[in-house]
Design a protein around this ligand. Structure first.
Ligand code: 6PG
Length: 481
């Protein structure tokens, strides 16, 4: 009997997706570059399943029913291109390749288009949820060549997470749309993690709370508006003791790793000219954390304010919760605003409510809050920025005072809150009718004759002033990002 789908790459995510597919009644053929991994998988986790092991790409492709579906779960980058190159001579027109890794969306667009010319359908699918998600239901964000969607939909939707019976997997859009949305998901993941870490920092260093006290706080926060997977695991992490009965968290070296998807999100935001300040700060906070030796040296040389908090602890804990919530709203508002811009720029035709639904279950950023985002887009699909939706206007109103208080605590005690504070700066900027960009424009015109518009003249009319009396009258050409 032929297999329904083939999967290449038996690292933990690949193995778990295979077992998940098997649980849902799909027959999966597997291949891995290190062949012993195939045998070990079949003798171990895949024992007594209908998974078929293969020892060459030819054998893998031959074992598949037509049209063939081959899913790649390999390292993003060149390795994907190498496998596509090896598979091409073995596949027939109408066959489908799915890339389930964290590929750069521009690579996925290139691959989709070049394979389309060869009549091979290509799908770039973001898969989120880590090992656990892959095994029991991840969030899956497929995009690429829509002609293949009806064929792969039953498999991908069956193995995806479900919330209220709704699969956390829907067609995202053409070309690299699926990997684009996964990239933004990861950027938001960076933002959420950084915000939670800042809240932990304020609680531990500012209020001097113990791991047990913080466990209780996060567990309580998980019952309210902040309810989410990342808050839940933070509470669990705080409760975890090492072999000596001490909180393991306190012994973990404070240098963060990263594989690049947060950075890509930031780079793309800069390219599209969309403020994505909170996620940007989250990426840079990881970079700063990695400069451990330099920081240790600086800590010994640069004075810091005394870390003594004398106020009302209960009120400050609530303020930190509000700061976390308000800044989280900013992060999602910026992320969704970026997707709106990208959708137009790259022709993705993204459905924002559907994206919120896809992220509601299975993935790392799953949370109750995504329901509110879905509702905001249901009410107004044209919503330019989440901050303009009634629900979020009200939420910000309630959280604003606490947010400012928490950021001020960090400023006063010298505890860095880059994501919370930059979120607040964006908020204050976004709701400012007038910003000091008039001075920027004057400076640009002063030194470079870059011209400016006037508030007392129609938009689109550009002026140049000879500020010094000895400059020229000629303006430089005008262009806008
Ligand atoms: C997911 C995660 C997953 C992975 C990140 C980690 O959605 O399941 O985002 O893709 O955990 O790649 O990224 P960093 O190593 O950059 O933190």
């Amino acid at each position: 009997m032929k297999a329904n789908i083939g999967l290449i790459g038996l690292a933990v995510m690949g193995q778990n997706l295979v077992l998940n597919m098997n649980d849902h009644g799909f027959r999966v053929a597997v291949y891995n570059r290190t062949l012993s991994t195939v045998d070990e998988f079949l003798a171990g986790p895949a024992k007594n399943t209908q998974v078929m092991g293969t020892h060459s790409l030819e054998e893998l492709v031959d074992s598949l029913e037509s049209p063939r579906i081959v899913m790649l779960m390999v390292k993003a980058g060149e390795v994907v291109d190498q496998y596509i190159g090896k598979l091409l001579p073995l596949l027939s027109p109408g066959d489908i390749i799915i890339d389930g890794g964290n590929s750069l969306f521009t690579d996925t667009t290139r691959r989709t288009q070049s394979l389309q010319e060869k009549s091979i359908h290509y799908i770039g699918a973001g898969v989120s949820g880590g090992e656990e998600g892959a095994r029991h239901g991840p969030s899956i964000m497929p995009g690429g060549d829509k002609a293949a969607w009806t064929t792969v939909k039953p498999i991908l939707q069956a193995i995806s997470a479900k919330v209220g019976g709704h699969p956390c997997c829907e067609w995202v859009g053409d070309n690299g749309a699926g990997h684009y949305v996964k990239m933004v998901h990861n950027g938001i993941e960076y933002g959420d993690m950084q915000l939670i870490s800042e809240a932990y920092h304020l609680l531990s260093e500012g209020l001097k709370l113990s791991a047990d006290e913080m466990h209780d706080i996060f567990a309580e926060w998980n019952l309210g508006v902040l309810s989410s997977y990342l808050i839940e695991i933070t509470a669990n992490i705080l409760a975890y003791r090492d072999e000596n009965g001490q909180p393991l968290l306190e012994k973990i070296l404070d240098t963060a790793g990263q594989k690049g998807t947060g950075k890509w999100t930031g780079i793309n935001a800069l390219e599209l000219g969309i403020p994505l300040t909170l996620i940007g700060e989250a990426v840079f906070a990881r970079c700063l954390s990695a400069q451990k030796e330099e920081r240790v040296r600086a800590a010994g040389l640069l004075p810091k304010p005394p870390r003594q908090f004398n106020g009302d602890r209960k009120a400050m804990i609530d303020a930190i919760r509000d700061a976390l919530y308000a800044a989280k709203i900013i992060s999602y508002a910026q992320g969704f605003r970026l997707m709106r811009e990208a959708s137009e720029e790259y022709g993705f035709s993204l459905n924002y409510g559907e994206i919120a639904l896809m992220w509601r279950g299975g993935c790392i950023i799953r949370s109750r809050f995504l329901n509110d985002i879905k509702q905001a887009y249901d009410t107004n699909p044209e919503l330019k920025n989440l901050l303009l939706a009634d629900f979020f206007i009200e939420a910000m109103e309630k959280a604003e005072a606490g947010w400012r208080k928490a950021v001020m605590l960090g400023v006063e005690l010298g505890i860095p809150t880059p994501a919370m504070a930059s979120g607040l700066a964006y908020y204050d900027g976004y709701r400012s009718e007038r910003l000091p960009a008039n001075l920027l424009q004057a400076q640009r015109d002063y030194f470079g004759a870059h011209t400016y518009e006037r508030i007392d003249r129609p938009r689109g009319e550009f002026f140049h002033t000879d500020w010094t009396g000895h400059g020229g009258k000629t303006a430089s050409s005008t262009y806008n990002l």
